[in-house]
Design a protein around this ligand. Sequence first.
Ligand code: PXL
Length: 291
Amino acid sequence: MCQQKRILAIHDISCFGRCSLTVALPIISAVGIEVSVIPTALLSTHTGGIPGYTYRDLSDDMLVITNHWQSLDIKFDAIYSGFLGSSKQLDIVSKIFDTFAMSGQLIIVDPVMADNGLLYKSIPDTFPLEMRKLCQKADIILPNMTEAMLLLGEPYQKGPYTKRYIKELLKRLTALGPKQIVITGVYFDNKTIGAASYDAVSDKTEFSFSYFVEGYYPGTGDVFGSVLVGSLLVGKSLTESVRNAVDFTSASIVRTNKAGTDMRFGVHFEMELPSLIQRLGRNKTEFLQTN
Ligand code: PXL
């Protein structure tokens, strides 16, 4: 039997502001992958600079959903986790990984917890240490520079960085367990910014950059992660996938910057979807997996 590739996305729903599930769903679906979701929390907006957001923890629903799916014998080719509402949810996600584990499956953990040297408002100080344990179960982790330092338990340093510093950082992060590391927010000068990736099996480090645009755009980590995950699932290499994710995220930021809209409301990624589909969607049979 042929079955479409299926991913489980475990993130919050920020009802307004274009991040987490409201970007993961459209982006990954656009490239032909079936997306199932387990929402971790329901917020009126994300927590990145919009005051007065509401927050409902959905921990109790997470395992109930999992149990029902287990009874249906549902399988996932990949699991992609992002923003988690509490330390308790780290254990729940860990259990979800165990429940749906199967060979050949890709586990991607985006250790969403901080940016620009600071923990997000709703994240407790003890969280990074516990996030390290979840990362042990991942094949790939996607920290930004702040999250990378938190995972290593070291102080955050502002850039510009050197190639040597980033290469060492990538290698040291593989000591946590994952064989592939992608760090975002890497820059060697003030004109370009992008991502660095490392594959411990091939011992290969790659960099991918685009032009720097002034400003802080919440949700771009989720846009980046969703394109990366979609690209990997349609069969592209890690290097190609990082390139696709950098290009898509950068084009979305440029579009938003040109439009001049409130940066807190997220990036205009929607009009970039057709070019992503063209880039990834040529050979539809690639997305099918034979059970
Ligand atoms: O984009 C990361 C993210 C996801 N979910 C929520 C957030 C943030 C970043 O601020 O607040 C709720």
